[in-house]
Design a protein around this ligand. Sequence first.
Ligand SMILES: [Fe+2]
Length: 567
Amino acid sequence: MPLPRSILQPVVPEDRDLAVVAGAIPEGLTGECFIAAPHTSTLGPPHAFFGAGMTYVLSLEPGTRGAAPGTFAWRQAWIDSPSARLQQKRPDAFVRSMLGTHSPFGLVNAANTASLPWGDRMFMTWDVGRPVEIDPVSLRYLGEVGRRDEWQVFDLLPGPVLPMITSTAHPIIDPDRDCLWTVNTYFGQLHIVRWDGEGPIQRWPIANAVVPQSVHTITQTRDWLVVGDCAFKVEAAVLTGGDRTEPANADEPIYLIRKADLDAAKSGTEVGCLRYELAPEMNHYYAQYDDRDGVVVMFEHTQNADIAMAAREGDIDAWGRPTDPAFYGLYGFSMTPARTTMHCFDPQRGERLEVAEIYDPERYHTRQLSAFDWSAEGWEHPEAVHSVYHGFRPEAVQQRMLDLYADRVDRAMLPTEEMPCTLATHSWDGLQTISEYRWRDTTDVATSPIFVPRSAGRDGRSRHAGERPGGLHGFVVVPVLSDHGMRVEIFDANNVGAGPLCTLASPNHAVPFVLHSAWTPTLGVVTDTDHAAFGDELGQIDQLDDDLANVAREVARELAEGLNPLA
Ligand SMILES: [Fe+2]
C-alpha cells in the first residue's frame, strides 16, 4: 500500500473539535501542541517546503479554546506576516522556485517549519528568514526578530521589503542567559546571533567557520554552541532554475563555539571556534546540556536522503513507476536506511569519539524530527528520545535522485516491500531501543512526535517539567495523516510499544503535510512585545514600481492598525 494521496492535497484548513474515538484520555495530560506547516492552499510543486506558514494548535485539555465539553480544540491560522499579506494581495507578483517563493518585494519568510516555545512566547521558524513571533492564543503575527539592518541580508536577489536572511529553523533558548541563539550565514560565512527577547540582536562572525551548504540546526550545552553544516544543498545551477548536478556533501564541518567567548566579545567582532569533521550527512542534532564529561551530541543523519529535491512532472519512482502527480512537490525520502550516532567531543584535546549508533536496515528508514523532554530539568540529563521513522517509501524516491547518488546508493539494495511508519523510543545513554510501535497501514503517515511531560508544573516543579524529567515519564503525541482523515494518537512515553492509549479525531478531517511540532504549557496572551514594525523597514521601497510600493504601504498600515485580511 502506498503513501496517502492526500498528503499534498490543497484543502481548506478547518478548526475542529476532536473527540476521543479510541481508548481514554490519561491522567496528567496538559498543555498544548503547536504544529508548523506550509499553508494547505500553497502546497505542491515545485517544493512543498516553500508554502506560506500556518500554525495548528491542539489543546490537550478538553473544553478549552472554545471546544465543546469533552472535546479537544484543533485550531489553525495563516500566519499574517508581511510576507503572507503581500502574497495574498498580489499573488501574481510571486513565483515559486526550488529555493523559495520570490517576488519583486523579495523572498517570502515562510515561517512554516518549526514552532519554538520560549517561556510564555511562541516563535515560528524556517531556514531562510528571521524567527517570527506569534501570539500563542490568537495565533496572530506579532513581529520578526531584530531589524533587517542588524542581519546580514543575502543581496544577490532583490529584497527591497522582504529581505532574504539565511538563518535556521531550529534556534535554541539558553536557560541560563534567557536568550535565543540562532545563526545567520552569509555566502558561507557563519555568524552566531543572540537575541534577548527585545531590542537589537547581537551578531558575531565566527573565525574560519565556513558553511558549505546550509544550517538547519543549532544546539547547545551549558558552555558551548554546536553548529554543523547540513545536507540541504543549494547549487548555483538551481539558483538559475537548473537541475542539481551533485549529491549532498557526504561529510560536513561541525563548529563548537564557547559561549563565554561570545559573552566577552562585542557584537560584530570575530570569535573563534573549534572545528571537527563528521560523516555521513545530517540535518538535526541535539546536545545534552550537561557538558561536564564532554560535549555529547546526537546526530540524526540524513544519509542518502535529499530534502532539497522534490518530485515533479515526468518523474519515475524508485520502483520504476510513473510518479503520481499527487506527489509533485514532495521532498526526497531516504534511499538507504536511517543512521543516528552519538558523539562525545573533548574541546580540551580537540578529540571526537563516536559512542553509540542506531542502524537497523530492517526497521528504521527515513527519520522525522525526534521528540525530547525539552524542559530545562529534562535536558540536563536526557533519558530517552522518541523517533518517528517514515519507512522506505518508493513513491518518495525518484529515479533522478538515484541517478545523482549512483556512486553511493546501490539500486539493487532498495527494499522490495514498502515499510510503514515506526515510533521508537531509544535510550539517550547507548541509544538502545527501549520500545517500539509500528503502524500496520502504509497509508498512515506519522508526523513529528511531541513529548508531553506528565502532570507538568505540579508539586512545585517548573511549568515545563513533569514527574521524573528526562523523556520517559509522560506521553508521546503523534498526529497521523491519512486519506481517511487526520487523527492524533497519544502513547505512554514509557511504553510506546503498547500502542496508543488514546486516539482523537474528527470525521473526514483532512490535514495534509505538516512539519515540526512542540509542546508547551498553556500560554497566556502576549501583549507587550518589542518588534520592528514592517512600516519601519521600507527604506528600499523606491526599488518597487509605484503599484507594488503602494501595496507594501497598505500592508504596513494594516499591520499598524491591527487589521487582518487573512482571518
Ligand atoms: Fe527540522
